[in-house]
Design a protein around this ligand. Structure first.
Ligand code: ZN
Length: 325
């Protein structure tokens, strides 16, 4: 993305499980449990349960994907991140992974590299924010570590959990290690955001606050419902203050807007921000208290952007034409 850092969103989030939670470990298990909770050595020598940042990012990504799909039917506005270009089954046409399509393009045309601005311009809304095989994406999630109160872990019978939700439970009996009490804290960061991206994040966070998002194993069996609390939400603008809520398009030249295919911000009658805290060339806007209202113009951008995004036609064209126009 742009070589200079223009803006950044910083969030602290607290995640509290409301149902038993199991983030599975890929490692051999402790004490013969079939599925144990993933742990890490953070302080000292006692392994502590945690939620890897990559798992959190995966959940945010698939939830955001669902939101985008609900905003436009045809063509579907986002890719399926694992779908190879030639593997599309019925109903998946035009949804092959942005990253894999560009990889294939490079192979077919013996091209070493595609410029970052091109990759960004040709990527679907989700890959623009979360990244793909070709670039990192803007959003990063840190590992979530335990905070107070102390965590409680229990071993549950996997079959019993099925019975608990009323489903039939054929098959072998197995044990699960679930977290039944505790809280995790983590940070989420978006560097160089477009305004619509804050809108997408806002919709995901709203549903996380409203207890609609599930994490980890057994989502369909009554596991993993969590409540998120946004403890800090700051927008930082570098080198210039903002007149109102705006993202990259509000700060970049027309040339940069065209090069990256940035979505122009829809004129909003009012997009007020609180007074910034100024630290030399850094302007920090704390929107923790009223973020749902502050980000309304960003949600409006998202709705327009996703309904109009030229993806996947522009990617089709790029691949067919064999390069930029
Ligand atoms: Zn994509």
């Amino acid at each position: 993305m742009l070589k200079k850092l223009v803006n950044q969103a910083n969030l602290d989030i607290r995640i509290t499980p409301l149902d038993p939670l199991l983030i599975r470990s890929g490692q051999p298990t402790v004490g013969g449990v079939d599925m144990s909770f993933v742990r890490t050595y953070r302080f000292g020598d006692r392994a502590q349960p945690y939620i890897p940042g990559s798992s959190l990012k995966g959940v945010l990504r698939s939830y955001a994907e669902k939101i985008c799909r609900s905003l436009r039917d045809q063509p579907v506005p986002v890719c399926l991140p694992y779908l190879k270009p030639d593997d599309a089954a019925d109903g998946e046409t035009g949804q092959a992974s942005c990253g894999l399509r560009l990889e294939k393009y490079k192979k077919d045309h013996t091209v070493k590299m595609i410029a970052t601005n091109q990759v960004y311009r040709l990527s679907c809304p989700i890959c623009r924010l979360f990244g793909s095989h070709n670039f990192m994406g803007r959003l990063a999630t840190a590992d979530a570590y335990l905070a107070d109160p102390p965590a409680v872990l229990e071993i549950r019978d996997g079959v019993a959990i099925d019975r608990h939700t009323g489903g039939a439970a054929p098959g072998a009996k197995y044990d699960l290690e679930v977290l039944t009490r505790g809280s995790f804290t983590t940070t989420v960061e978006i560097k160089n955001f477009e305004r619509w991206q804050l809108g997408l994040l806002a919709l995901v966070l709203r549903d996380m606050e409203d207890e609609l998002v599930r994490l980890g194993f057994g989502k369909s069996r009554g596991l993993g419902r969590v409540r998120a609390e946004i403890c800090r939400f700051q927008l930082v603008s570098y080198n210039a203050g903002l007149a109102g809520l705006s993202g990259l398009a509000g700060r970049c030249s027309q040339e940069e807007i065209d090069a990256y295919g940035l979505f122009p911000e829809t004129p909003a009658p009012e997009a007020p921000l609180p007074e910034p805290q100024r630290d030399f060339l850094r302007f920090t806007y704390d929107i923790t208290a009223g973020w749902r209202q502050v980000l309304e113009p960003a949600v409006a951008d998202l709705v327009t952007y996703v309904s109009q995004v030229p993806w996947p036609q522009d990617l089709d064209e790029f691949v067919r034409r064999g390069g930029p126009a």
